[in-house]
Design a protein around this ligand. Sequence first.
Ligand SMILES: Cc1ncc(COP(=O)(O)O)c(C=O)c1O
Length: 393
Amino acid sequence: MRHTGEVSEPYDRLLQATSDLDTPFAVIDEPSLWANADDLVRRAGGVPIRVASKSVRVRSIVERALQRNGFAGVMSYSLAESVWLADNGVDDILLAYPTTSRSALLDLVADDRRRAAITVMVDSTESLDLIDALAGPGHPPVRVCIDVDSSLKLGRAHLGVRRSPVHSANHAAALASAIVARDGFDLVGVMFYDAQIAGLPDSSTAVRLIKKRSAAELLERRGRVVAAVGEHARLEIINAGGTGSLEVTGADPAITESTGGSGLFSPTLFDGYDAFTSRPSAYFVLSVVRKPAPDIATLFAGGYIASGPTNKNRQPVAVWPAGLSPIVTEGAGEVQTPLKGDAALSLRVGDRVIMRHAKAGEMCERFDDVAVVGANGRTEMLATYRGEGKNFG
Ligand SMILES: Cc1ncc(COP(=O)(O)O)c(C=O)c1O
């Protein structure tokens, strides 16, 4: 295998350290990973960060993050995943999305340690009814957290994600009162995820304005919701924010913790924020398998398109060698990804190209392990969820 052109840090170190691995493979630049972790902690301003597991999907990286100052607990995405993490020693897990899994609920209520470790998300009495129906009558208490819609409503416009129906302090208080009146549930938390701030790059003046306005509205509403729900239960968890909004949520005295995950890997969707400079730590490496024209190099695999609205920004990006672009009519392909540009002139069959994914944890669904490369080139293979035989959706 031959490297061409100007190779520079970290690319030369990553390529040299992984030269024995067959492509395609995923690689993590360890110094950047932990520098990102420190940066998240700094940005959160003293508020502990819950690790968003969906944005990592490598159990040992989640566990190593938890050992660092400034991180506490996991924000999980599936109940089956939560049970698995609890059984593997994680003792504080906030499941951020509702569940309909009978088997995972039965696993949860069957074991006191799991019940103590895991908090499930609810947003209506229907969520409670479903848990009762699936877990069976007289199930032991399940820790629950109320998901509060943190979108900005401007007239009829809804700026944010479509998740919880609970928006106002009154609505949250009514749900809290219904929860505490029922057997089988312990209300322990409220969660506010401000997707329109945390998940939206600062791409224009209009976006910046909306984000500012939303932050101000949330600062006020979060306080009211916490006070209203706090009339009914002692709240252990008041969670808000994500990688893109740590300095905003961290400054709110109403919250007890923030969340961060994507910021560890810093995929391309986190490149355009004003508050921080993206330091990529996660890549995947593909090989040139053919040269259909002198300025085109076609790679094996690579069609790892990220979830969300199917825009161009969901495509992977070639970062080394610099100056390679996808071909509009093909994009990143199922098994063939042609890239065009001057850099392709010097690429030959067998050469390697380093790519970035648009999202963080999703990249790991493509690989059984990630090669974690240290500052000195020492490489460790860590299993992804997928590599551990786990696919939680
Ligand atoms: C409920 C919730 N909190 C926080 C986050 C932030 O995660 P990340 O830091 O990976 O962007 C997300 C991401 O979608 C989320 O759904």
